[in-house]
Write a protein that binds this ligand. Structure first.
Ligand SMILES: C[S@@+](CC[C@H](N)C(=O)[O-])C[C@H]1O[C@@H](n2cnc3c(N)ncnc32)[C@H](O)[C@@H]1O
Length: 201
């Protein structure tokens, strides 16, 4: 399997900090609490650097498609009790988590892949569990629209991203019967951190 992030993995975090300062890390830390009591599933966690301050309380599974990113995550999170797994997330029979973290990963997927994943993840969460989503939403200012266009173009070349736009997360989550519980906004609504629970309906 080709490593789409192989080339940019060593620079990814520095590049993100250069463009966005600490905003992405802050968004990713939004809802993190009481980790020692939780089993967490992290999909597409990248180099794991922004989770370093929490590593001692982190337990569960860490799935990464990029071998280069996964190796960095193992080095950056040596004190965690995470199981590092390479490849596309696969549901393991009877394996459930208290939280599932999807941080800047769904924007790398097509709508059909997101729907398939969101349906699959229902079986991976305990009934009271939640998905913690953080990602880029529709930009609202001229500056963020220009920056978003440049970012999408860059990642289409550097990491073979398939999308030309941002997913309509809310529509996709609702279609898959998830219910939004809480939201924090960053950079004038361009980045949102959201908690989603399984809906009864
Ligand atoms: C844009 S990067 C974000 C990395 C990290 N979450 C962060 O915020 O810095 C997306 C990451 O998701 C990984 N990825 C994409 N699709 C994936 C999948 N289906 N399963 C696991 N990892 C995936 C990529 O390899 C890449 O490292």
């Amino acid at each position: 399997m080709k490593d789409s992030y192989g080339f940019i993995a060593p620079y990814y975090n520095r590049l993100a900090k250069l463009v966005f300062g600490n905003q992405l890390a802050l968004a990713k830390q939004s809802f993190i609490s009481d980790l020692r009591k939780k089993k967490v599933l992290i999909i597409g966690g990248g180099d794991g650097k922004d989770y370093q301050i929490y590593q001692e309380g982190l337990q569960g599974d860490y799935w990464e498609l990029s071998q280069a990113m996964l190796e960095l995550a193992k080095k950056n999170l040596p004190k965690s009790s995470l199981n590092f797994q390479w490849g596309y997330f696969r549901q393991v029979e009877d394996q459930t988590y208290d939280e599932i973290w999807l941080h800047f990963v769904l924007d790398t997927m097509l709508d059909s892949e997101i729907v398939e994943l969101l349906d699959q993840l229902k079986k991976s969460l305990v009934p009271s569990g939640s998905i913690f989503l953080v990602d880029f939403f529709q930009p609202t200012t001229l500056k963020s629209k220009v920056l978003q266009f440049l970012m999408i173009s860059f990642f289409r070349i550097a990491a073979q991203h398939k999308r030309k736009n941002t997913p309509d997360y809310e529509e996709l989550f609702k279609r898959c019967l998830w219910e939004k519980e809480e939201e924090h906004i960053f950079l004038k609504c361009w980045i949102k951190a959201q908690l989603w629970k399984k809906s009864d309906g």
